[in-house]
Design a protein around this ligand. Structure first.
Ligand code: HEC
Ligand code: HEC
Length: 402
């Protein structure tokens, strides 16, 4: 068991913020929490939104710069990059386009040269739509200036040597955070949730779930979510909502994280969201017996194999296996459809973990791929709502039979 060594994810300011909560170490025994923090700017900052003082040179003009180019960007890119657009990447989703573009994975990056705007949607980058460098009025230069401002607002992690997950700007809607960066052993395990702004300073994370993979389960102790206001160190959830949590999630399952809901009352507009754990390690039910023997029969097994084969399999074959059947490592790690032909029972279990049998339209397999939605999934039927509806109707026959 590894406690808080290489596997523990460090979120920026995590320890400092936790220390200031006074919850540190409670029941954690030998956890070895580094409560003094990394001595960086975050050390000892209070958790009431204080500015961390000192350095202070940071000026948040990202919103301003974006407002000045929003109309031109929308003219050049909006036709394909709103929900329902050809691009399957609705980074200009209304109503708040600024929030949407901040939250789209890979656009605002710590290093501007890594942004997909700079690497992909430019001449020679491989993009099939309008490229930034061909747009009028030096749109590329203005976008770059805006990206520089946003990148300056991203805080560095306190202890860069330890594995951590980059905080994300949540999409107001469905989000998936992958634990892969923490350890190869955790590849494909995801925390999913729906984010909703209750007020400017309160963000609700609902339907918080852990999804394990066919390769591994996970053991979690004391997850802590943290808020990273722009340009400031992180602040942990002030009520430390999951303080007592110690849960094991076997392979091939999806289950609620604690009570499945969290309200962050220290939220700030355009902030990022991070998560850390006192302990996180791979877990296997039956003590590493491995293999897992087909998965068919367990509590998560599928009941409606006939409907699955008749209505659902052809749709997944047609629309999803190109990536989820092994072609795309990340996709297959997240949701493995490689057994659709050879072992449909096992594939069914995998897919059922992303299905909501009580409310089929709310199933993740639909929420993520709906061209009219804003989820950050790379495939949304190329904006074709009719094809999506055909997919959803056919697959729903199986879900209802489950
Ligand atoms: C005519 C439609 C169209 C227009 C206009 C368009 N795009 Fe795209 N965009 C696409 C398509 C289609 C894709 C999917 C990948 C591909 O085929 O290039 C895409 C993908 C992207 C991606 C990758 C998204 C991801 O998550 O992988 C970025 C970034 C992007 N576009 C930026 C832009 C920018 C910036 C503009 C405006 C300057 C723009 N696009 C205008 C069609 C368009
Ligand atoms: C172009 C490749 C591609 C196609 C086609 C594709 N997916 Fe995915 N999917 C991915 C990737 C990549 C991930 C993992 C995302 C990540 O690691 O951030 C993923 C993840 C998912 C997830 C987990 C939730 C999430 O958003 O991470 C679900 C559910 C999902 N896909 C459903 C589907 C369904 C259903 C289809 C077919 C209708 C499909 N996907 C087709 C690439 C694809």
């Amino acid at each position: 068991m590894r406690r808080n060594t290489s596997l523990t994810l460090l979120v920026t300011g995590f320890f400092a913020a936790l220390a200031s909560l006074g919850t540190a170490g409670a029941g954690c025994g030998d956890s070895g929490f580094n409560l003094t923090g990394g001595g960086g700017e975050g050390g000892g900052s209070s958790n009431n939104g204080g500015n961390g003082g000192a350095g202070g040179a940071f000026v948040d003009n990202g919103a301003e710069l974006f407002a000045a180019l929003e109309a031109d960007l929308f003219t050049a890119c909006g036709s394909c990059h709103e929900p329902g657009g050809l691009g399957d990447a609705p980074f200009l989703a209304p109503p708040d386009r600024y929030q949407s573009i901040l939250s789209w994975p890979g656009i605002v990056t710590k290093n501007v040269d890594d942004s997909m705007f700079v690497t992909f949607s430019v001449t020679g980058g491989g993009h099939s739509g309008t490229n930034l460098d061909t747009a009028a009025d030096d749109l590329e230069g203005r976008v770059r200036e805006w990206l520089e401002a946003e990148s300056a607002a991203i805080s560095d992690p306190i202890e860069e040597d330890d594995p951590y997950i980059d905080p994300i700007t949540p999409i107001l809607g469905f989000n998936a955070i992958y634990l892969t960066p923490l350890s190869e052993e955790l590849t494909g395990i995801a925390i999913t949730f729906t984010a909703e702004l209750l007020t400017e300073n309160s963000l609700k994370l609902d339907n918080l779930q852990i999804h394990t993979t066919s390769a591994t389960g996970v053991h979690l102790i004391h997850p802590v979510f943290a808020v990273y206001p722009k340009g400031q160190p992180g602040e942990a959830d002030p009520v430390d909502s999951f303080a007592g949590l110690d849960s094991r999630f076997p392979e091939n399952t999806s289950a609620a994280l604690g009570v499945g809901t969290l309200i962050l009352t220290n939220w700030q507009p355009d902030a990022k969201l991070g998560v850390g754990f006192e302990l996180i390690e791979p877990y296997s039910e039956g003590g590493g017996e491995g293999g897992g023997g087909g998965g068919g029969g367990g509590p998560g097994g599928c009941n409606a194999q006939t409907e699955f084969a008749a209505s659902a399999v052809p749709q997944f074959e047609l629309r999803c296996v190109s990536c989820h059947g092994g072609g795309n490592g990340q996709a297959t790690a997240a949701l493995d459809m490689s057994d659709l032909d050879t072992d449909p029972g096992a594939a069914c279990v995998q897919i059922k973990n992303r299905v909501n049998t009580n409310d089929p339209p709310a199933s993740q397999i639909f929420v993520t791929t709906d061209p009219g939605g804003n989820a950050g999934h790379p495939f949304k039927f190329g904006g074709n709502a009719a094809n999506f509806n055909t997919f959803r109707d056919a697959v729903t026959i199986w879900i209802e039979a489950e």
